[in-house]
Design a protein around this ligand. Sequence first.
Ligand code: SF4
Length: 364
Amino acid sequence: MDQFAKKLIDWYDHHHRLLPWRHTRNIYHTWVCEVMSQQTTLAVVVPKFSEFVKHLPTVYDLATCDEEKLRELWSGLGYYARARNLRKGAQFIIEQLNNRFPQSYREWLQIPGCGPYTAAVIASICFNEKVACVDGNVVRVVSRLLGLCKDVWSSSGKSTIEDYVASMIPEERPGDFNQAMMELGATVCRKTKPNCPACPLQENCLAFANNWIDICPPKKPRREPVNVELFAILVWRKSTDKLAIVDRKNGFLSKTVGFPLLQKLEETQAKEVLKSLPNLDFFELPTKFSHAITHHRISGKVILAQEIENLNFDSWQKLGFTEPFHWFPKSDIASKLSTAFDNKAFKLFLDYQKDYEEGAGNRE
Ligand code: SF4
């Protein structure tokens, strides 16, 4: 093993964080934690991961898990499509591969929903394959080591970084080398205020030597976010204290579960229809909330639609909604929602109810 890899792996052996999936080289655990950690912070992932594998301990359990349970186990992690893809992958392993995990990077790429990065993580950690894992942390570390101040985020820039990492991976412990690179980026070579005195690669770092840390890597080119105004309709059945949610098939936040949504453009028309429905009493809550989701800046509002008589599906379709309602007690709703947007809308509703009840109490 050359000096570079040795220094990095020695550092990793002494300083890596103790995460639940690092106890063993369990293929299933590595796969699940990897998918969970994409776009979600470790503070959120760690407890969710332990719960997930406790309830679904094998790939067979995941493949046969029903939608409701999967949604419950995934709630709070966001981007629910990842959970569905994970289950699709598990079904492929059970049905097409006869319950046998793929054994190499190439084979993992055939699993539905498994991209090159996930395949590289699993192949290097579980099968000692020399294949580079390049996430945002690794891009930052390498760009600083090599003093790359331009063009690291393009596909050609990324392949330069991938080639560099691949050339540095040792024969022994390729998985630990990859994990060490990612861990160094996450804990020492941070985006702001990197802890260079604690870095095992300081001698190899051009950015450190030349005082280029602030310009390596260059900022990611930003796409201007699109502003969207979105209304969550909370249909409330007061007699049983239940709320209605839908499986969104199309439109904004499609393939997620939450409250029916209206976009600003549809709002005027929708309010007219809402007014014409005799079985609903509706009004807009005064507070709004903001929410950001890939390239969209959302201004969220809540329309509280209190059911007076049982709302039938025909009336609902007049509003342009095609998905049927599922009614759940208010106390269970939070575990059914699959996006942070819906959780914020729900919180606004709870705050409103609390204020209203306190106000009513004071008036008595
Ligand atoms: Fe990052 Fe500093 Fe280490 Fe260079 S010396 S790799 S900038 S932590």
